[in-house]
Design a protein around this ligand. Structure first.
Ligand code: 5GP
Length: 172
């Protein structure tokens, strides 16, 4: 049987999302911003962030895979690419979680090759104790300890993404 407890509440997430959106608005004032969501996990965070932004944005989504169950496979494969040409554009990648940092490191490499005017990173969560690849997160929601979390876009084998809060997953 699966059980989980609330880890970060809906209200805490909402407050943090508003703070991050305010900072993004300040930083990208007067600029054309392209926001790229990393599917599937970032869909809810991205949807909440863009609704708080005053800056007009272009949106697209990319999908990569690196996980099976609760473990990283160590390899990143591209499942769905974006349609927007990001050359000379201000790009902000939106991730759900940076764990080992492998996925986002590969994505940052890919986007840098496409020569954007600037490349920023927003991530809802960061597990710094697990990070093997150093990553600069410009807009971080929450630093968390090494627990497998679900909800608010994050899944366990495809389930629990719809939860409006973040929970800790454990099998008993
Ligand atoms: P990394 O490549 O940084 O090790 O892992 C990044 C990806 O692994 C995330 O985009 C996410 O899909 C998945 N991931 C890492 N930690 C967790 C976690 O605690 N919960 C869930 N649901 N996914 C995680």
């Amino acid at each position: 049987m699966s059980t989980f407890e609330t880890f970060i509440s809906k209200e805490e997430i909402q407050t943090r999302v508003c703070e991050l959106a305010k900072k993004i608005d300040e930083d990208y004032q007067g600029k054309d911003l392209v926001i790229i969501g990393v599917l599937n996990g970032a869909f809810m965070f991205l949807a909440d962030i863009v609704r708080e932004l005053k800056t007009p944005v272009h949106l697209d989504f990319i999908s990569v895979s690196s996980y099976a169950g609760t473990e990283s496979t160590g390899k990143v494969s591209l499942i769905k690419d974006i349609k927007i040409d990001v050359k000379d554009k201000h790009v902000l990648l939106v991730e759900d979680i940076v764990d080992t940092g492998l996925t986002i490191t590969e994505l940052l490499k890919l986007f840098n090759q496409r020569e954007p005017a600037s490349l920023g990173l927003a991530s809802l969560l960061h597990k710094s104790s697990k990070t093997k690849h150093d990553v600069k997160i410009d807009y971080l929601g929450f630093e968390i300890e090494d627990k497998f979390v679900i909800g608010y876009g994050l899944d366990f084998d495809g389930r629990y993404r719809e939860l409006p809060y973040i929970g800790v997953y454990s099998e008993s």
